[in-house]
Design a protein around this ligand. Structure first.
Ligand SMILES: *Cc1c(COP(=O)(O)O)cnc(C)c1O
Length: 361
């Protein structure tokens, strides 16, 4: 099947121009005025020569925040995962992750294509598994089996509904990984969402793992970037692979100024996104025929099923679009809404009112 990419992109751009509420993804947030000002005024140098002071500062801050020795700024979260896997594992090795893992489903086969790695999956409710699950997944490794080398902890778990990994579960999985001669890697795309919803610090969550990254282009509201952190020798090697993957940058201070700004201004406010998501979650629960995926809404992701309404999820999405609201349909019945800095409490009321109308008709 040939896809009309350009045509689709034009249509999407037209839709985006008319949107009032965009709940499609937290990657759709726009840089704020304050963030743009910080970017315009950024001190810059050649990042590749380690001469960009703004990027150097960001890397130091994130290493400190995550309790790691060092960190490297990368253009995307995907590159953070792919570089971490490359550094920790060799061709023919396996990464253990939940069956809904981002790197399995949404990174165009990167682990296989870039590093010759296999993925061994665990089928866990809400994307959170235990050390015993890891042991079962890699049972009886021998001379003839792929060598399990990395266990991937996605916190919060995206398709699991934005669930927060309990710290004792992270420790259990990481300890098990270490006992099995594996590394524990945290895909922390939304780790800061987990942090603001708990009494723990970011480094409490990351202390058990060997490497971790946070995304700046999701809830933190930046246009670009992720920062990968870990031991100094791991980050040295990550810098090399960054260059090899074509991700080494020049005056990246222009974009990392946004990340520094986000650390100062956009972390605590993630709680507002969670309150808005909970409001949406509670409202959806009250609509006949709609079922929410998770009993509790912990962070900013709300998955729900409209099968019981008799209306196809893609039709629901289309009818919402006519009202200026975008929510993604994942299947004929399943939808995902994501709150972020550009979604207000009024927007949630507006969305719930629209959904009630659509399902009443
Ligand atoms: C978005 C996301 C990524 C990839 O990050 P990008 O910045 O979009 O490349 C990886 N893991 C999870 C869980 C994500 O949600």
């Amino acid at each position: 099947m040939k896809v009309d990419l350009l045509g689709n992109a034009r249509k999407a751009a037209e839709i985006a121009g008319k949107l009032r509420v965009d709940l499609y993804s937290d990657t759709n947030s726009k840089p704020t005025a304050g963030m743009r000002k910080a970017m315009a005024e950024a001190e810059c140098g050649n990042e590749q020569a380690l001469e960009d002071p703004t990027t150097n500062r960001l890397q130091e801050r994130v290493a400190e925040l995550l309790g790691m020795e060092a960190a490297v700024f990368l253009p995307s979260g995907t590159m953070c995962n792919e570089i971490a896997y490359r550094v920790w594992a060799r061709q023919g090795d396996a990464i253990v992750m939940d069956k809904t893992g981002h790197a399995l489903l949404f990174e165009t086969g990167g682990p296989a294509a870039l590093s010759g790695l296999m993925i061994t999956t665990i089928d866990s409710p809400e994307g959170i598994f235990s050390g015993d699950d890891v042991r079962a997944a890699v049972a009886n490794p021998g001379r003839h089996s792929p060598r399990p080398k990395v266990v991937n902890i996605e916190n919060t778990s995206n398709l699991g509904g934005g669930k927060i990994w309990p710290i004792e579960t992270i420790r259990d999985v990481a300890d098990t990984a270490h006992a099995l001669d594996m590394y524990a890697h945290m895909d922390g795309a939304r780790l800061m969402n987990a942090v603001v919803e708990s009494n723990a610090t970011a480094s409490d969550f990351t202390q058990p793992v060997d490497s971790v990254w946070i995304d700046f282009s999701k809830g933190l509201g930046c246009p670009i970037g992720g920062v990968l952190a870990g031991p100094a020798d791991f980050i040295d090697e990550a810098f090399r692979i960054k260059h090899q993957f074509g991700g080494a940058l020049r005056q990246s201070g222009m974009v990392t100024a946004a990340c520094n700004y986000a650390l100062d201004h956009h972390v605590a406010r993630l709680h507002d996104d969670h309150e808005n998501a909970r409001k949406l979650h509670a409202g959806l629960r009250d609509i006949d025929g709609v079922t929410v995926q998770n009993d509790a809404c912990e962070t900013n992701l709300v998955f729900f099923d409209v099968g019981g309404t008799g209306i196809n999820a893609r039709d629901v999405a289309a009818q919402l679009l006519e009202r200026g609201i975008r929510i993604g349909a994942q299947t004929d019945t399943r939808m995902r809404a994501v709150t972020h800095i550009d979604v207000s409490t009024d927007d949630i009321d507006f969305t719930l009112a629209a959904l009630r109308e659509i399902f009443k008709a």
